[in-house]
Design a protein around this ligand. Structure first.
Ligand SMILES: [Zn+2]
Length: 85
């Protein structure tokens, strides 16, 4: 299976490999404003889409962030009754 990282993340963030922490969480660094964020839920997309959080992101990146969050929420709702019995 393998969960592939959406291109949005690789285009707008750099994975910080050398962070040491107990929980082995993934930390990413914003390519636009250099903020460091934990990759969890929609935090990265929310960061990029919010002009108060990321002042440097170009409009295309904000649109991509919104699109990503929309796809995720739409995916949750449109499950066609699988495993519903
Ligand atoms: Zn940023």
């Amino acid at each position: 299976m393998g969960r592939k990282l959406d291109p949005f993340y690789t285009n707008n963030f750099t994975c910080i490999q050398d962070v040491e922490n107990k929980s082995k969480r993934n930390f990413f660094k914003c390519n636009h404003c250099a903020a460091e964020l934990e990759h969890r839920e929609n935090r990265l997309a929310q960061h990029t889409s919010d002009a108060t959080k990321c002042k440097e992101a170009p409009p295309a990146a904000r649109i991509a962030a919104h699109t990503l969050m929309f796809k995720k929420s739409a995916g949750k709702q449109s499950a066609p009754g699988e495993g519903d019995s």
